[in-house]
Design a protein around this ligand. Structure first.
Ligand code: HEM
Length: 408
């Protein structure tokens, strides 16, 4: 565990003990799958429960690469593949090359007009997006039990800073003006991530630790993918709407479109990708909301995440402030379950002043109803957090296919 203080380590040990005793099990999904493919970008489909579907196209190819010991060579080759329009490097195993040529194609429903509008949205809302991806989506991932366990017991779980920076790359790439264009990087990031997920499906079941803790036999089903997807765009849009940030309908639809494409490029079937925000919200109510629950693994991951800002020596991103913001975004129930301390100054300040701060920032309030220090503090927080998430944590190393699980 990175830089956990003795006190925290002790507290975590206690938490783990308590979890073991209570054997907390979050529902995988409370209800049977009823979300209709008619609400998807495909508009139709067999409607199979996505909990029983993985990635039949990528999984066997990557499993075979792992079994044949070809992953180091493939990673070496793919390190040079960084731009969407770049030809694949020569020398890749034929099956893999054929799959990647297929997987890198945008679907016929990709809409260049919407992608152009998304540029405006991302430019205007970049600051909020940085904070929300990092603290709303990022912290939420620690209370999605299946994701927390998969992340914790996979190779990347042993080095969370590195892992977060790789994930942040996707959040950065999707917001760039040329995200899906030939000179952009989002398609490459998605296709590589699809390969990583396929590798994790093959590797994690071999981990005795994961097998012991998990409730499923194979991780990262299509259902899990959608759960995590909702922790990203659906949650972010819910927060922006809740903060009353004015967003023109076309920009809101464009932002959704960038994420629909991302879902497709990650190998999620079109029949599960919501066609509208209404459909997204209805699917999230079914798959995301009921599963949010703490796990021992998630508690440890959350603690590591909250310490990241402090490691960068930025007072405004200290653990107490990040914790207070997490509580503000995700609520007391989740914050308490993650052992996030209450902050007597920051908690009430955020509850009372964040709304007016946004209103002033957005030019919706003519007079400033809050102290200028508070305004400055919040503004600085936004800037620093966005910078941390979208810039300082951006990796110089590429997303690579893992060959093993987390060593104990
Ligand atoms: C890896 C994004 C869903 C578990 C990654 C990476 C990205 C990413 C960018 C590469 C970074 C790295 O190699 O560390 C996403 C997105 C998702 C999604 C955008 C959904 C829309 C999931 C789900 C799970 C999961 C549902 C588990 C239930 C993992 C694991 C790794 C990974 C274990 C590999 C870490 C390692 O190398 O050990 N994901 N992911 N992901 N993801 Fe996901």
């Amino acid at each position: 565990m990175d830089k956990l203080s003795r006190r925290n380590a002790f507290r975590m040990g206690g938490a783990l003990g308590a979890f073991g005793a209570l054997a907390v099990v979050a529902p995988a999904r409370a209800e049977p799958w009823t979300w209709s493919p008619q609400g998807s970008v495909a508009g139709s489909g067999p409607g199979a429960d996505p909990m029983t579907v993985w990635d039949a196209e990528a999984d066997p190819i990557v499993a075979a690469l792992l079994d044949r010991g070809e992953v180091p060579r493939v990673n070496d080759l793919l390190r040079t593949w960084t731009r969407n329009g770049q030809p694949l490097p020569p020398g890749l195993p034929t099956e893999l090359r054929d799959f990647m040529e297929y997987a890198r194609q945008l679907p016929p429903w990709a809409d260049q007009g919407k992608l152009a509008t998304a540029i405006e949205f991302n430019e205007k809302r970049g600051l909020y997006l940085g904070v929300l991806y990092g603290l709303a989506s990022g912290m939420m991932s620690t209370v999605i039990p299946r994701e927390a366990r998969a992340v914790y017991y996979s190779k990347g779980g042993a080095n969370m800073k590195d892992r977060i920076s790789k994930t942040a790359k996707l959040g950065y790439d999707i917001g760039t003006a040329n995200a899906y264009a030939p000179d952009g990087e989002m398609i490459v990031t998605c296709v590589k991530t699809r390969l990583v997920h396929a590798a994790v499906r093959h590797l994690l079941p071999q981990s005795p630790h994961w097998a012991h803790a998990a409730e499923e036999d194979i991780p990262i089903s299509q259902n899990d993918m959608m759960v995590t997807w909702h922790s990203l765009p659906t949650t972010v849009m819910q927060k922006l709407t809740g903060w009353r940030v004015p967003i023109p309908a076309a920009e809101s639809a464009a932002f959704l479109h960038t994420w629909q494409l991302c879902a497709h490029m990650l190998g999620i079937r079109d029949e599960y990708i919501p066609a509208s925000w209404d459909e997204a919200n209805s699917q999230a109510r079914q798959v995301l909301d009921p599963v949010l629950a703490p796990t021992p693994e998630g508690v440890k991951l959350a603690d590591i995440l909250l310490n990241l800002g402090a490691q960068l020596d930025l007072a405004i991103l200290s653990k107490p402030i990040l914790g207070a913001f997490t509580r503000f975004l995700l609520g007391d129930k989740i914050a308490d379950s993650l052992y996030i301390a209450r902050e007597p100054v920051w908690d009430p300040l955020l509850n009372v002043s964040w709304g007016p701060f946004i209103a002033v920032r957005e030019g919706l309030l003519p007079v400033v109803p809050l102290a200028s220090e508070t305004y400055w503090l919040f503004d600085e927080f936004l800037r620093r957090a966005a910078l941390l998430y979208l810039s300082e944590l951006r990796p110089t190393i590429s997303i690579e296919i893992p060959q093993s699980n987390r060593p104990r």
